[in-house]
Write a protein that binds this ligand. Structure first.
Ligand code: FRU
Length: 450
């Protein structure tokens, strides 16, 4: 049994009691409970045979890990997928059954079994799961097709499945009974692979639009009429950091909330019983409209329930040789402040020994933390808007930093291993002056010790 108090254990981010995890799967809200399933090798702290692990929460922060929900079978490992609540009993397993859609990842039997899409259901609110006896529900189409994301479409009154095919290609399928699926469209997401998500969101003009995203945070926004998705934007990225991968959003949420969680791929947790962590859950909204539409991501407001000690500084002038140091014994912080362009070339933050740099001349934000593997490949520095000022929010956990700029308009996720440091937060500028305003720092309680 884990005490969740090991040296590198995240204290307000989800990690498994032990062994390897990767993608979040089957995110669904049901009867007051947030369900989180996840790719899990229950046998080792490295990627390997995949189970669906399972955890539940009342507030998206305090998770209780349950027994795994899906185990590998003769059709292969249990790869990524999604979940819905079948309110109208379309599939015939019962009203309000919880349905899990997953990929059975095949094997090298003779003849070899390919990757296919399968269904499992629960009629006891997600306590026990039964695999559908006529699996697969979607036959092999090509390559390692995988990661079914199922969503309800109000316009066509049908269920829609987004599926990853191969290279940068995905497809959409549609169904009335969640068991028989027909392919309706192929979609290309340039430079983007695996783990589709597909969901509606209302834009700033009150118009319903659809977001189609892949694992590396690339996404398109467009119109969907139940048969065809037509992109209206260029490909954009909702996270500029090296450690955001395989994000999914919860289905069946209250109040139309669209909440996303990602795998913080690439963090290192040396000698720990567990390996990998998930991101902070974020609330998604759409800014702009039409070809200008874009996603904003904000940490869920539930986070403020973890606030304890607060440190506030109205204004601080930083100059070369006179940094701003904030001493705290806490490793769990929610920090926000405003910075405006002054005479400084940039602002350099040291967060528990890791540099985060805002460069006013280049309009970039960069962080190259120690102790991380770039699983998402090399991303260019994050562009910051060419505006007079910037609102910065930073969440710091034991081994991660998540940055949200201008109320979530820009975000970036980083994993790190701390080196030595004197102050948890230091702000430097090496040329000119930098004013920091409305500095507010909350120390956070651990979700495991409350
Ligand atoms: C993404 C991914 C998925 C696959 C799963 C296997 O990280 O490769 O495409 O279903 O992980 O664990």
């Amino acid at each position: 049994m884990s005490s969740y108090s090991e040296l590198h254990r995240p204290q307000f981010h989800f990690s498994a009691k032990k062994n390897w995890i990767n993608d979040p799967n089957g995110l669904v809200y049901h009867d007051g409970i947030w369900h989180l399933f996840f790719q899990h090798n229950t046998e080792a702290p490295t990627w390997g045979p995949m189970w669906w692990g399972h955890a539940v929460s009342n507030d998206l922060l305090h998770w209780r890990q349950l027994d795994h929900a899906l185990h590998p079978d003769e059709m292969g490992s249990m790869f990524s997928g999604s979940a819905v609540i079948d309110h109208h009993n379309a599939a015939g397993f019962g009203k309000d059954a919880m349905l899990l859609f997953y990929t059975a990842a095949g094997n090298h039997a003779t003849p070899p079994r390919p990757f296919v899409q399968c269904l499992a259901f629960s009629v006891d609110g997600g306590q026990t799961f039964t695999k559908y006896k006529h699996n697969p529900i979607v036959d092999w189409m090509q390559a390692d097709n995988r990661d079914p994301k199922v969503v309800w479409d109000d316009t066509s009154q049908k269920w829609v499945m987004a599926l990853y095919l191969e290279d940068e290609r995905y497809c959409l399928l549609s169904s009335s009974d969640l068991k028989e699926w027909s392919r309706i469209q192929d979609i290309v997401l340039p430079g983007t692979y695996e783990c589709p998500d597909f969901f509606p969101l209302v834009d700033e003009d009150g118009v319903n639009r659809w977001v189609f995203s892949g694992a590396g945070s690339g996404y398109l926004i467009g119109q969907f009429d139940g048969n065809k998705f037509v992109a209206e934007t260029e490909l954009q990225h909702y996270d500029g950091g090296p450690n955001n991968y395989a994000a999914q959003t919860w289905s069946n949420t209250p109040d139309g909330r669209r909440i996303q969680i990602s795998w913080m791929a690439g963090g290192l947790y040396p000698e720990m019983p567990f390996n990998q962590q998930l991101s902070i859950p974020v609330e998604l909204t759409l800014l702009g409209t039409g070809s200008d539409a874009r996603l904003a991501r904000r940490p869920v407001p539930e986070l403020s329930a973890l606030y304890c000690k607060k440190i506030e500084v109205d204004q601080k002038v930083i100059a070369n040789g006179s940094p701003f140091s904030v001493k705290t014994d806490s490793k769990l912080l929610d920090i926000s402040f405003k910075i405006a362009r002054n005479t400084s070339k940039g602002l350099y933050l040291l967060i528990r020994g890791q540099y985060l740099a805002f460069d006013w001349a280049e309009n970039t934000m960069t962080m190259t933390p120690s102790g991380t593997v770039k699983m998402v490949g090399d991303k260019p520095p994050v562009r910051i808007p060419d505006a007079p000022s910037l609102i910065v929010r930073i969440l710091v956990d034991v081994t991660s930093v998540e940055v949200f700029l201008n109320e979530g308009e820009i975000s970036a996720s980083y994993c790190f291993l701390p080196g030595g440091y004197e102050s948890a937060i230091e702000m430097h500028t090496y040329s000119g002056q930098q004013v920091v305003e409305n500095f507010e720092m909350h120390e956070l309680k651990s979700v495991w010790t409350e």
